[in-house]
Structures are given as structure tokens and as C-alpha cells.
Design a protein around this ligand. Sequence first.
Ligand code: GAL
Length: 666
Amino acid sequence: MIPRITGFLHGGDYNPDQWLDRPDILEKDIELMHAAHVNCVSVGIFSWAMLEPEEGKYDFAWLDQVIDRLYKGGIYVILATPSAARPAWMAQHHEEVLRVNTQHLRMHFGERHNHCLTSPYYREKVRQINTALAQRYAAHPAVILWHLGNEFGGECHCPLCQQAFRDWLKEKYTTLENLNQKWWTAFWSHRYTDWAQIEAPSLLTDRSNLAMRVDWQRFMSHQCKTFIAAEREAVQSVSPKLPCTANLMERFWDYDYFSLAESMDIVSWDSYPEWHNEDNIAEAAEFAMNHDLMRSLKKQPFLLMESTPSQVNWKPRNKLKRPGMHLLSSLQAVAHGSDSVQYFQWRKGRGGSEMFHGAVVGHDGTGDTRVFRDVAQVGKTLEKLEKAVYQKPVKAQVCILFDWENRWAIDFAQTGQKGNMRYFDTVNMHYRALWEKGIAVDFCDMRESTDLTGYKLVIAPMLFMLRGGMEEKLRDYVQNGGALVMTYFSGMVDEYDLACLGEAPHGLTDVLGIRATELDALYPGQENGLVTEEGRYGITELCEILQLKGAKVLGTYESDFYAGSPCLTHHTFGKGQSWYLAAKTEQAGLNALYGHIADALEIDKALPDQLPCGVVAAKRGDCVFVQNYTHRAQTLQLTGKWINLLTDVPAEAEIAPFGVWVLQKA
Ligand code: GAL
């Protein structure tokens, strides 16, 4: 993935530009990095004001020294482009770089991550500095990877973005007539007669045109993608072989990450779980899914670009990681496909908003802290696991469809639990049922290139929007022997967010053997039940009413005017089969459903054994990572003989609180 690198990266964001008047500290950093088993740091992420103190005047002398010092110390450098925060002089003299918010107010200088992605001036300045950085450092033996910008996000409503949106729409729809039709503007007299009348959806304009809102998200996502692509082109025009990444975020909504990933060579992301909250296991399930999603964006290992060695400083409550949790959460990322464990940040700064954010080295400046020792332990562990795990694939037989355009369309839909349909959480509940069983999962979206062949099971929770020919793909997949799980609120609109005419889920009623006729929303606190042969599972939020078209009923509604009607069905179609779940059941309902399906389809599990609640196993290569997310020691009885690679001795019966094992067959 990264030429010259043959093992895990371990390190983090390094901001020596804050310490240039303290050469003693900069020297000490290298010594401490060795002690912490750190081999790689990211440099220059927010350094634009230091690199170009005046317009057109670069100062690289300090960075030369930093990179040379790291190189001499045997530390690799991930070199950042500085586009995530611009210098004050630029904001002062070139207003167009400043974003305009949804109330059409232009922001002033300050903060970060708030530049206009369209501004030709900003793009040109980024191109110039990226090119200059590449000319100076791309061939430096310490530099292994480009870190483009930082955590791209947000939207801008400036006149340049408005015009670019119109141009993008013209390209997409060709004629206003076509746009009017696809946006259903005959409703409420919203018909456009001039492209110039179109304004991006905002608090001051139109938020009722749902199709336009989905298009606006697509457009902003496209702007970000082309921005990243332009950054990459600038650095790779100098040195085509040095790969590029951009660090992504959890639960991120604004841009389509599957699409953004096409503009980078390697996916990386920043992971900040809220450990030790009231449901640590749910947190672990959510972050396991985040890791798998990141791995799925390019179907290759990813990099954990940021995590905290102890606590963050931006949550309402910033809890410390309990003993064991640092190694456990770091190895969770590795188990799901990460080839690095990186932190924000190496050393705590003395001021600024992040002076109290967890860092490897604190204000005491020593290696004599619990946090530092935890970090060193992760470094040593990664060295140990290199041969068995680095670059090894995670092989999944299950694919969950998770699609950003579908997500936007669901969130804009004015129905059901309006504005709170909980797509991400619902996908995570389906995921969790498999994760708890040690079943590996890939994610795919609905782009045309998505290929479902080879998966034993495809899960499509809330596939409200169908695009990219997904209904045909799902039909062929089942016809040819695949197994599909689909849920309520699926197959309702097309890629333009126009309701599909005819029976729902569109184009799939014969594949599923049912037809969805109505969607009921429950008030908070109200519950229905799914009643199956085995038991009863609570239902909240959403209940869809079904009409049978050949499917077998596996479960029915417990109450209300649709009591006794089908809620869970099974159908055979061609050589394959499908399940349809019409309501939002509690987790136990999904666990039971996937228990049956996994057994029936003989889906591989990391371990054949039933593990105690809160202990999960995940497989990468031929290593099984057993993880205890509870604060209690747990007793495990494993079939077969296993060596724990972390201790080089056979796995014991008891796993420590927040303990982790990496097992290989003895
Ligand atoms: C990330 C960001 C870092 C730092 C960190 C703190 O989102 O990329 O620069 O702010 O959060 O947790």
C-alpha cells in the first residue's frame, strides 16, 4: 500500500511548529518517540501560516529541520498539505476564501475547516503550496505518504458555490424542462424559468424541495471530491508514486465517502469512541462498524489516522480510558483492517483549544505516565503482530448495503419518524447482530460498479432509494442463489427522489413475496411486538403493513389494528431466498433472525464457540482477535488449541477486563 513500508505505522499528529523556540523539546521528542515505539508522525497539518507567512513567500527552513531530525531518528513522516486552515492574510485580502453560511452570512477569519471549496483563488493557492511542498519533500527518504487537508466537511452558500451548483445541475439535467420534471416543481408553483432562479437549499431559501436537497448534498460532495483530487494532482504531478490519503470521520453525513475514496490512494480515518459510557458494548459495535465501513470504501486495509491515547477535550464529559482499553481499542481497529495506530496528538500544546486534549506526552514532558506506557505497549504489540497481521485481508461473506444518497433521501423524507428515521443506527443494529457472532461484514453502496456476487448474504436495511440498477442486481443475486434480507421503508423512490409508481419495494415484490402497503409510526414510549414461534420481540418507531404475495410468514404483529398480520416473512425465488422484516425490532429480534440465517447459510465465524456477552471475536488473515468490552474478567472455553500471540503462550481460560487476545491455531 505504501512503498517501502513493511509493517504497522505507530505515531500521530506532530506539531513541532508550536515549539520552534524550544530546541530542547524538539530533541527530547525523538528520544521519547523511540521509547514509545513510535515510527511515524504526521507533520504540517495546520502549518500554512508558518509555511507562507506572506503571500507568495515560502519559508521551509523550519520544516527542513523537523523532517531531517525525524529522518535521522528513524521516524517516517506523513506530510500534510495545509489546506484545512488558512493564514489570516489570506482571509484579509481575499474574502472569497471565507465560507457563507446557511443564513447567507459570510464568516470572518478564525476556526478551521471553513474554506470555500469552490473559490478558484483558494484552489490555486492550494495548488501552488502543494506543488512547492512536493518539489521540496516528495523525494525526501523520510516522507512516505501525503495527508491531504484535514477532515473535510460542511457547506458554503457563497455566490461562487451557487453558480457552480447551477452549472453542475445544467450538466446533469441539460434542460430546465427536465430539471422541473425531475424536481416535481409543478407542486407549490416552484417551476423555474431561468437557471439563475435556482438557489441552494438553506434557511432562507427552499428546504421543501427534497430532490433539490439531495442534489445539493451530491453537489457539495462532488465539490469536495474534486478539491481532494486537485490537491492530489498537485502533489502527484511532482511525484506520482507517493500515495495520498485524506482523513475521514465517524458517522459522517455531509459527503459521500464511497465517492470521496475514489480521489485518494489509501483511506484513513479519525476514531473517537466514547468508551465506558452506559453501554460500552454498543459503542464497540458502532466503532467496529466504522472500521469495516472504512475498509470497505476501497476494499483494502485502511489507516487509523487519529485516536486519543487517553481522553478527548471536546465532548461534554471527557473520560479517561480505563486500564486495558487503549490496547483493546487500538487492536479493534487492527482486527477490522487498520495498518496503523496513530494519535492526536504527540505532545500537548501549551495553549489553544486543544491544550488539554489527551496526547502521548503531557505537559510534564516525560515518558513516566500511564498514558505513555499504554502507548509504548501498543507500539511493542504492533511490532509483534507485524508478520501475522500487517496487510492481511478481512474476508467477509456478508455484505450490508449502506449508501450515502439513500441516507440523505431518508433524512429529508417527510414521513414516518420525520427527521429521525435513524438509518445509521438501524444499519448498526443489523451489523451488531453479526459482529456479536464473530461474522465479518463488508459494506457496499449502490454505485453502478457494486458487485454482490460471491456474498452468501446481502442485507439491505431501509433501502428507501434505489439507484445504480440495484433492484436488478438484487433480483439477479437472489435468482442465482443469493440470500437477501430487506426491511421496511425500502424501494420507495428512484435516484431522483421521485416516488416509484407501482407496488413497493419497487421491482422486488416477487423476489420478496410481499408487498408493502402502509407505514405506521409509533409515538415515543409506544411498543408493538413481533411474535414468532420462538418468542416475542419488542417493536418501536416504525411498522409497515404487508400484503402477502407468496412469502411464508415467520412472525406477526402482536397488537393494534394490524395484529396477526405478517411482520417477518421468508420467500424462495429462483435458486435463492429472501427475508423481509417489516418493523423496527429490538436488538434481540435481529440477533435471533441472524442466528438462524447464519446457521442455515453456514456463514463463517471467527470462532465456533459461544462467547459471553460483551466478548467478541474478529478474524483478520488467520488471526482471531478476542476482545472483552466488559469491566469484568470473563471465562472462555474455546474449541481447539490456540496460541495467544501477545504472550506467546496458549490462550488461558480467563480474559482480563478490557482484555484482548490475538490467537493463532497452535
Ligand atoms: C480531529 C482533528 C484533530 C483534532 C482532534 C481532536 O477531529 O482532525 O485536528 O482536533 O480531532 O480530537
